[in-house]
Design a protein around this ligand. Structure first.
Ligand SMILES: Nc1nc2c(ncn2[C@@H]2O[C@H](COP(=O)(O)OP(=O)(O)OP(=O)(O)O)[C@@H](O)[C@H]2O)c(=O)[nH]1
Ligand SMILES: [Zn+2]
Length: 357
């Protein structure tokens, strides 16, 4: 077992770990055995044990009720025979259960390195891959090493800076300006669109829009993101026409922070009948994993302290207020539903507390 490379900073080690998971390279988190991400693994690997989330383990009849009540609790398990990569993937991905109904039986094992296991599952979420690892498999290459506590350093919003600014005429507002943000650790580039004249005396209309490739770009009817984006920009343009101003933060936190591919896995589970909350949970991923300190940092860099926040989500108001932003007003932002997103919106209202009709 190797120890974390001491000369690197925690943020650098965490960034290297996220990168490694995307490439299919293994991790050693100090104090735990080598962990090989299942989804991105390649080559002729096999291992005797796997690390999974409790919610996934529950579906595989492995976790007891108490563990399953904490969906992201890590669970260590083994089967009668070693896991090769195709079996490991079938075990890891609940969206494939219909195609691979017969797996197991499996046996849960005592887990003596829980903190490291939690860090590994969180790193998988940050990398946008399935939260599943082969434990100390045969045939793996050189690992990236880190400490479990490094994960927190990766999310440090204070390292975010303005990278550049430009004019960006858009359909809703010809006079709009765009501001781009970068952090040295996280390669996702967030942007803000500023509409109207900035005025410290008047809180701007602000929309925190989380990236939704399917809704924003492809016109997906499964969610309300596209119409919400469009309506927010038009509302800001109208506000600018009345002497006010608006700021749209476009946050690169696809799928409420689980990444595009995992969101599409959640859609596949929704096709099988699970709602948006349960689909995430079955994947062993949080239902809400957005990084609101990043949004607060963007507003701070733009010199915005008090806002009129366009949202139906009280938790979002609380999250930004918790980061020191004054929400002078919550401006409702509900749009008409359609036959494809009616259940999604009802779930947001009934299970996620959104203020929707
Ligand atoms: N994981 C997951 N993410 C989804 C799903 N549908 C939409 N999203 C993502 O959800 C984000 C938008 O968040 P929502 O929960 O719809 O809305 P909100 O921002 O919390 O609330 P409002 O401010 O009222 O719109 C975007 O990043 C979408 O990619 C889904 O079924 N599963
Ligand atoms: Zn969407």
């Amino acid at each position: 077992m190797s120890e974390a490379t001491p000369s690197y900073s925690p943020a650098r080690r965490a960034a290297q770990a996220v990168d490694a998971l995307r490439h299919g390279w293994p991790l050693v988190i100090a104090g735990a055995p080598l962990l090989q991400p299942v989804e991105t693994a390649f080559g002729d690997l096999s291992g005797d044990a796997m690390l999974l989330s409790a919610s996934r383990a529950a579906t595989l009849k492995l976790a007891n009720q108490i563990e399953a009540a904490v969906p992201r609790q890590p669970v260590l398990m083994r089967a009668a025979d070693p896991f090769d990569l195709p079996l490991a993937l079938a075990v890891a991905d609940p969206a494939l259960d219909m195609e691979n109904p017969l797996k197991g039986p499996f046996k849960a094992l005592p887990l003596a390195w829980e903190e490291q296991a939690r860090a590994a599952l969180e790193l998988a979420r940050m990398a946008g891959i399935l939260p599943a690892f082969l434990v100390d498999p045969r045939g793996v290459g050189e690992p990236v090493t880190l400490e479990a506590s490094d994960v927190a350093a990766y999310a440090d919003a204070t390292r975010l800076q303005i990278a550049t600014r430009a004019k960006l005429p858009v359909v809703a507002a010809e006079g709009a300006r765009i501001v781009a943000f970068r952090s040295p650790d996280d390669t996702r580039e967030h942007v803000a669109l500023m509409i109207g004249q900035q005025n410290a005396e008047r809180p701007p209309l602000v929309r925190l829009h989380s990236e939704c490739l399917t809704g924003d770009i492809l016109g997906s009817l499964k969610c309300d993101c596209g119409p919400q984006l469009d309506a927010a920009l038009h509302a800001m343009a109208e506000e600018a026409g009345k002497g006010g101003w608006g700021v749209l933060l476009y946050l690169r936190q696809e799928g409420r922070g689980i990444g595009l591919v995992n969101k599409l896995r959640a859609y596949r589970l929704q096709d099988q009948g699970f709602d948006t909350v349960d689909a995430n949970t079955r994947l062993g991923l949080p239902d809400e994993a957005r990084d609101f300190p990043i949004a607060a940092r963007m507003l701070e860099l733009l010199g915005v302290r008090a806002i009129r926040l366009m949202t139906n989500n009280p938790a979002k108001v609380a999250a930004v207020e918790g980061e020191g932003v004054t929400v002078a007003e919550r401006v409702p932002h509900a749009l008409p539903d359609n036959p494809h997103n009616a259940r999604y919106l009802a779930t947001k209202r009934d299970r996620a507390g959104h203020l929707l009709p």
